[in-house]
Structure formats: C-alpha cells, structure tokens
Design a protein around this ligand. Sequence first.
Ligand SMILES: Cc1cc2nc3c(=O)[nH]c(=O)nc-3n(C[C@H](O)[C@H](O)[C@H](O)COP(=O)(O)OP(=O)(O)OC[C@H]3O[C@@H](n4cnc5c(N)ncnc54)[C@H](O)[C@@H]3O)c2cc1C
Length: 447
Amino acid sequence: MAPPPAALLLPALAALLAAPAAARAPPRSIAVVGAGLGGSAVAYFLQQHFGPQVQLDVYEPAGVGGRLATVTVNKQQYESRGASIHALSLHMQDFVKILGLKHRREVAGKSAIFSGEHFVLEETDWYLLNLFRLWWHYGISFLRLQMWVEEVMEKFMRIYKYQAHGYAFSSLEELLRSLGGDAFVNMTQRSVAESLLEVGVTQRFVDDVIAAVLRSSYGQSVLVPAFAEGRALYQVHYEGSEGQGSAFYDMVVVTTPLHPSRSNFTFENFEPPIADFPGAFQPSVTSVVHGYLNSSYFGFPDPKLFPFASILTTDTPNLFFNAMDNICPVNISAAFRRKQPQEAAVWRVLSQQLLDKQQLKTLFRSYYSVQVTEWQAYPRYDAAKSLPPIVLHENLFYLSGVEWVASSMEMIAVAAKNVALLAYNRWHQDLEKIDQKDLMHKVKTEL
Ligand SMILES: Cc1cc2nc3c(=O)[nH]c(=O)nc-3n(C[C@H](O)[C@H](O)[C@H](O)COP(=O)(O)OP(=O)(O)OC[C@H]3O[C@@H](n4cnc5c(N)ncnc54)[C@H](O)[C@@H]3O)c2cc1C
C-alpha cells in the first residue's frame, strides 16, 4: 500500500497481445490513485473481482480517508467532515459491517432554521406539532417533497440489483438512464428548485427549508442539480519524501478530482490528450469550536433555555455561516448525554470563508479551542456541465466524476463498485455485462 503521491502517468506500451476472453489471465498489477473513500472502496472491489493474486498499489500523499476525517478535542475524536450515512446506503452499510464498526447511538437534539435575525422554523419535541407547523407554513409541500424523494430513491435502489448481477456502465449518463431514464440524466442539468417546483412544492418551502438543508450539506444555494446523488501498460510516476519513482501497471483508477481547482495530477503522451475537466470546486471551511454558545445572538438571552442542537440557515446576504451543529464524539458511552446549552460544548460550524475573531465572538461567548479545515469541498453545481467520462483510456478509469451527479459517500461507493465491475467486464471482454438496456427486465428474468 501507499507509495508517495502519483504525479504523472504515461501509456508505455499500447496494445500488447490480447489473450482469448475465457483464458485471459487477470491483470498483474493495478494502481489506484488516491485513498479517500473512493480509492479505498475501488481497491476493495477490484481485489474482490480480480482475486488476491493481483498486486494492488494505492498512491496517497496524505493519510487514508481524504474528506472523511476526525479532529481531537479533549482526547475525544469528533467527525469534522463527511459523517452521516443513510440507512439505505447499502454499500456503506456493508463497509460498516466488514470493518466491524458499530452504529453510534442517536443522541436526541432538535433543529431549527435561522434567517440571520430569527428562526423561521423550529422543531419541537412533539411529532404532531412539527407536522402541523410544516403544514401551517408550507401547505402540503413537505408531503410532495417526501413523495418525490421516495420515487427517486426507489429508482436509485435498482443499482444494487444491477451490480449484484455484475452489470456495469461505461458512462455516468448510461448509469443514470438505466435507473430512471432520461429524467434522471436531466436532473443533473437542472436545479433542485426547478425539479421541486415542478412537482408542486412551493417557492417558500424551497427558500426556507430546501435552501437551508443544501447550505448545510453543499454550502450552496438551491441551484444545485437535482441529484444532490488489446492491453496497454501505464507508467505511474510519483514523488515523495524519499524521492521520485515510477512503476508499470496493467490498469489504473484515478480517484482524485481532475478539475483545475483540485487537480495536482497530469497525464502525458496520451492521444488524444487527457486534460482536466471543466468546472470548479466550492471552497468550504469547517471550524470545530469548543466553547460556550452565545445564545443571545439567536434571541435566547438565557442560555439555559436555548433548545437547539442543530442550526441551519436560509440563503440570507451577509449571514457568515451556513450551519452549526453541537456534535457528539465518535465513541460515546451508554451514559453519554448531550451538554446542557449553558455548558461548554463542541460545535461544528460550516462557512464559506474563514471565520474571523469578531464572527467567532458573535457565535460564542467564549471558547477554549478552534480547529479549522479549509478545503475545496464539493463541485460547484451552479452551471450545467456535461458529466465527466469514466473511461479515460483502454484500462484507465476515472471515478471522481460521479461527484458531478452528487457528492456523497454512497454515490462514491456505487461508482467504485461500477468501476471495478466495468474494469473486470472489459478485461474479460464480457460485453453483455456493459451498458445493457432494459436491465430491470433482464435481472428479473435472470433470477
Ligand atoms: C464538510 C463535509 C461534510 C460531508 N458530509 C457528508 C455526509 O454527512 N454524508 C455523506 O455521504 N457525504 C458527506 N460528504 C461528502 C463525502 O465526504 C465525500 O463525497 C467523499 O468522502 C469523497 O471521497 P473521495 O474518495 O471521492 O474523495 P477524497 O476523500 O477527496 O479523496 C481523494 C484522495 O486523493 C488524494 N490525492 C490527491 N491528489 C493525489 C495525487 N496526485 N496522487 C495520489 N493521491 C492524490 C487526496 O489526498 C485524497 O485523500 C461531506 C463532505 C464534506 C467536505
């Protein structure tokens, strides 16, 4: 595992002898560039498909994990980046089992949406009252949203069946089309707001609720697209603390974004040339603050009465943060309880820019520590772009393009499984298993 970072890649020998499909030996060696979730998952799936005899090298300049990481406060670890996994994220749930991890107990905590001046929506302890408030403010928009999400999820879940039967897709468009037809492909070209308004959700619900949820997860406005969800040898050159080196591979998977604002990876001597893909990444800042919340700023002069553990925000000019959460450590005991609002607690604040002293003082009466991570967090979804390719060259694959459909752990895991299946099916010339139409019907009749 993990020689130093890969710097550039060249195809050394094109089209060596191809063995007949059935008798073809597995590749001798495969390189995976990047060891975030995508690189780790694709390495796992490739080994699963090609077998343990294939040598797999993973190139990573930083630690394993990429955009999944923790920070330590008072000897306890807290998730500073990607943290939540949906119960229906089947690949991620599998990883949890395979790695012997435990689900963390839910610690109750209420949410509210802040406009910069007041809360536009507040969760209460009573389910029926919450429903009533949603209905009172937004009519049946929340029901329409729920129905839309369920329909999208139901179609998305088809991918697990296809993958269980070994089917793969050579482009993101083919993958999306197989799940939900052209409507799914079109969803990457239009905003969430457009899709929701079309199914009857009101503009007010979009402005108050959907914008707040998206600002907390993507740090962007409601303009994100509606899913935000023969033989060549390649030479990998790398450079690290011990100097430079290079190695040859039958197959390479790149799992780090190839966009001007992120890429530190180049391709040489490819015909046609492979360059970065258009599109930029959204800068984002996470500040993990251990301190006392300034509840007065939120309209609660008595800190004991502040009821929320999670504060989302509307898209208000000059509001300097996107969301903040009172976070719990990674490992919590059965006796763990959330801190009282007047006690010092650990808060994760998401913002577009670095918070200055004055802004920190606005949110916190006082604090013991602030740990800041600045990064290019997600694609900027503000302009419709064509989706990046998966196949860059014969046995050279690109995984991270899926982030332009949606940037989430499960999306990356689905793409990792797809790349492993695609690499395997292409290697063995099993073309029946690539880009097949009418797959729902096929998988039913295969059973
Ligand atoms: C603040 C935040 C909160 C999030 N919350 C959630 C959440 O709650 N739920 C969810 O599902 N998703 C969440 N996400 C999204 C999720 O974290 C990402 O989709 C996922 O971790 C991306 O994994 P990746 O492997 O594709 O990319 P990365 O994790 O970025 O991995 C790429 C790796 O490539 C390495 N690399 C770069 N250049 C080179 C090179 N030249 N050679 C070799 N290696 C290189 C990098 O060091 C990095 O380790 C969140 C993201 C952020 C930023």
